[in-house]
Design a protein around this ligand. Structure first.
Ligand SMILES: [Zn+2]
Length: 450
């Protein structure tokens, strides 16, 4: 008889906020032991990680999986997640078909069955004219959506994903309040957005200038202030998706200090790329909202490190090459980030910019907590045995051709990182080795604890 199904030996395991020399025991997919390194814990299988760091698997609450779409899909998105050390992905399903009712939710959820390499769930999407005040929001929660998402700006274009009308937005918040779920919002003020697009045209700006000037920081600040009021008024746990400015982070942090249930997410993109770098990269590096000044990027780093960023996510959003090869104002925004996020953040630890604590807190523990995923985001007895073994001393250069994602481009193309995930486990099953997915598809849908 052995003590556990799997024992992970020789690691510095991140437990209760510290790296400890412990042997991790896994039984029935859960953490069953955290034993003294020399305690002789035995397992049917042993993984000796030879001094590497073992972190909780990352929980990414903002991934455009695009199930059934040729830009990505469940197979390649979850392979990219596994490769990048991400053990739970929550899909933001705004791409057609947009998940705005239970029928579509069930249809999309079926595409994950037996094909997901990591655990998963899907947001319910909220859009005016589609599912505000229809009862669909309640039904999506009943179907299993752990959270909701909408956008507050369409920038004047036709956009099936948004809630622009304030009455509808209030109603949506009230309906989400009844579900007890959190609400992620892409926060840009639409009226200002329309105004700045007009000004850009009047001024004859073109290229990257037109894109960057069409959505300046005031759009985000104004929308975030409104959302603070809505979160306060309705009590809905509100998360500002991919926050881009230090100012917006400060608005959220101040409101939070006043007891408002509002949180800020950002992505490695806004920590790594700024307007100057975007001009060098070109349209493949274009995402929305726009990146800002280099000085703002430094100020986001400070706020990430001091706790004013609550959650990290990738906003992994693959595009076809032809969607990127356009005039900046018409580019399909977004980029794959699942395979660069953790290496980028770990490299920042090596560079002394931040700590492992901040990474585990924002990219594992906090998103799991916001989503109500009780057994995710930390390594403790009874938690799911989701972990990533990382080599903190591995210099390598990003080549998007190596990605598991179907999207073979990256704003971090050619960057040198000094750390990388070397093995990823989902509930005790190995799903990636040296940033390549294995054949295992243990992924299951995660449920919010009531
Ligand atoms: Zn997104």
């Amino acid at each position: 008889m052995t003590d556990a199904d799997l024992v992970v030996t020789g690691g510095q395991v991140y437990v209760h906020g510290q790296l400890r020399d412990v042997t991790l025991g896994v039984t029935d997919g859960r953490v069953s032991h955290l034993a003294a390194a020399d305690g002789g814990l035995s397992g049917d299988r042993e993984l000796d990680v030879d001094g590497s760091v073992v972190l909780p698997g990352c929980v990414d609450a903002h991934v455009h999986v695009r199930p059934g779409d040729d830009r990505e899909g469940v197979d390649s998105a979850t392979a990219a997640a596994a490769a990048g050390g991400v053990t739970t992905v929550v899909d933001m399903p705004n791409f057609p078909p947009t998940v705005t009712d239970r029928e579509v939710w069930d249809e999309m959820a079926a595409l994950y069955d037996g094909t997901a390499r990591v655990d998963y769930s899907m947001f319910g999407h909220i859009a005016e004219g589609q599912n505000v005040g229809t009862g669909d929001i309640t039904e999506l929660a009943a179907a299993g959506a752990p959270a909701f998402k909408t956008f507050t700006s369409a920038g004047g274009g036709p956009d099936p994903y948004v809630v622009l009308d304030k009455g509808d937005l209030l109603t949506a918040f009230e309906e989400v309040a009844e579900t007890g779920r959190p609400f992620w919002v892409h926060a840009e003020d639409d009226e200002y957005h329309v105004e700045f697009i007009e000004r850009v045209e009047e001024e004859g700006l073109t290229g990257m200038d037109a894109f960057l000037e069409s959505a300046p920081p005031i759009l985000e600040a104004t929308a975030v202030r409104d959302l603070v009021d809505l979160a306060d008024y309705t009590g809905v746990t509100t998360v500002i998706a991919h926050t881009t400015t230090a100012e917006a982070l400060d608005i959220v942090a101040d409101a939070q200090a006043d007891g408002v249930p509002i949180y800020a997410e950002t992505t490695p993109y806004y920590l790594g790329i700024d307007a100057e770098r975007l001009r060098d990269i070109g349209t493949t590096g274009l995402g929305t909202p726009p990146v800002r000044s280099p000085a703002n990027r430094e100020r986001i780093w400070e706020r990430f490190d001091d706790g004013r960023v609550d959650t990290m996510a990738t906003d992994h959003a693959p595009r076809f090459d032809e969607e990127k090869d356009r005039d900046p104002i018409d580019v399909g925004p977004g980029m794959p980030q699942l395979e660069t996020a953790l290496p980028f953040l770990l490299t920042a630890v090596n560079d002394g910019r931040t700590s492992l604590d901040r990474i585990v807190e924002t990219y594992a523990r906090r998103p799991a907590e916001l989503l109500g995923l009780e057994r995710k985001g930390r390594l403790e007895i009874g938690a799911d045995a989701d972990f990533v073994v990382v080599d903190m001393d591995a210099e390598w250069t990003v080549d998007p051709e190596d990605f598991e994602s179907r999207a073979k481009y990256s704003p971090f193309d050619g960057w040198t990182f000094t750390a990388r995930p070397v093995r990823t486990y989902v509930r005790g099953t190995e799903v990636a080795v040296d940033m390549e997915a294995t054949d295992a598809t243990p992924g299951e849908r995660v449920e919010r604890a009531e």
